[in-house]
Write a protein that binds this ligand. Structure first.
Ligand SMILES: NC(=O)c1ccc[n+]([C@@H]2O[C@H](COP(=O)([O-])OP(=O)(O)OC[C@H]3O[C@@H](n4cnc5c(N)ncnc54)[C@H](OP(=O)(O)O)[C@@H]3O)[C@@H](O)[C@H]2O)c1
Length: 290
């Protein structure tokens, strides 16, 4: 299959290119500076010239704080861009994979959210833009995979977009990283997501799917686990609270994703967060990044 990837330089997009490239013809969209997907006609022209069978749409502004501070940018980068990509997929009759988020839920309960829970009441603007994007995908593209994902980590994206690489660089420089101990969530390795897609894209079982490595972590504990795994001092992470960090966008205290579908439909069981972090550390070492 010919698979185009938006956000190809990002954490998830670059991993999709690497993993799926073993089996498919991959076409990365140009970097943001060369093609702004906000531009309807430039986006349409690019897709019509390349005619992919599948579009993996990962490009977005995933920073809840900058979304909250700049609503126009948030709706443009996330929902208008998705509208443009949806229209290209519709015109080409391509399968569309949409990167969505646990932020479409309010995080108002201790139980995990599964695929049959209704996405509703996001607590920040980022979540509202992602929910609106999901609705476009569901409304206009019957052949879609809508992936709801929690905190993501992996080997890709480079220093600018990879929190583990940022943590490693700070710790090496003797600088502590502050993270909330009371923001507890699911987490998932982008490599697990890309491997799952290689199975899912061979099927016609379209729909919404949740992704999470087993277990849960706080923003602080996942960073500390990574430092322990690579033999560095976990105390280079200072544990704080959501209130003390006081970011512009509201954050959920507890938000967990569960999949009721991946195993029965595709036979996919995701590894634990610790195993996925261990694999990521090995990948980063193999790539010479840590
Ligand atoms: N990372 C997470 O923890 C997480 C969790 C749940 C869901 N998600 C979702 O998963 C998807 C991928 O996330 P990610 O972590 O891989 O993001 P990322 O590393 O920030 O990559 C996103 C990429 O999209 C590009 N981009 C943004 N706006 C664009 C535009 N208008 N035109 C062209 N390119 C544009 C960015 O380029 P520039 O950087 O140059 O702007 C960047 O290369 C996003 O949709 C995000 O909402 C992420």
């Amino acid at each position: 299959m010919k698979i185009a990837v938006t956000g190809a330089q990002g954490l998830l997009g670059e991993e999709c290119l690497r993993t799926l490239g073993a089996e498919h013809e991959m076409i990365p969209l140009p970097p943001h500076g060369d093609l702004d997907l906000v531009n309807f006609h430039a986006t349409r022209d690019w897709f019509l010239a390349h005619k992919p069978d599948v579009i993996i749409h990962t490009a977005a502004n995933r920073d809840p704080d900058s979304c909250e501070l700049n609503p126009d940018l948030a709706w443009t980068s996330n929902t208008l861009v998705t509208w443009n990509v949806v229209n290209a997929a519709r015109e080409l009759d391509a399968v569309l994979v949409h990167a969505s988020s646990d932020s479409v839920f309010p995080g108002d309960r201790d139980l995990p959210y599964h695929e049959f829970d209704e996405a509703r009441d996001p607590i920040n603007l980022y979540g509202r833009t992602k929910l609106a994007s999901e609705k476009l995908v569901r409304q206009y593209i019957p052949k879609h995979f809508n992936l709801r994902m929690p905190l993501l980590f992996g080997r890709t994206g480079g220093m600018a977009r990879n929190n583990l690489l940022k943590l490693y660089a700070a710790a090496r420089a003797g600088k502590k990283t502050v993270a909330a101990g009371d923001a507890v969530s699911s987490a998932c390795s982008v490599r697990d997501i890309a491997r799952s897609l290689s199975v899912m894209l061979k099927t016609p079982f379209y729909g919404t799917y949740h992704f999470a490595n087993s277990g849960s972590c706080s923003r602080a504990s996942y960073l500390q686990s990574f430092l322990k795994i690579i033999g560095m001092d976990p105390d280079m992470v200072t544990v704080s609270t959501i209130d003390a960090i006081n970011r512009p966008a509201r954050r959920c205290r507890n938000i967990f994703l569960q999949s009721r579908l991946l195993e029965p439909v595709f036979g996919i069981t995701l590894q634990s967060i610790d195993d996925a972090l261990t694999e990521t550390a090995a990948d980063l070492k193999a790539d010479g990044l840590i």
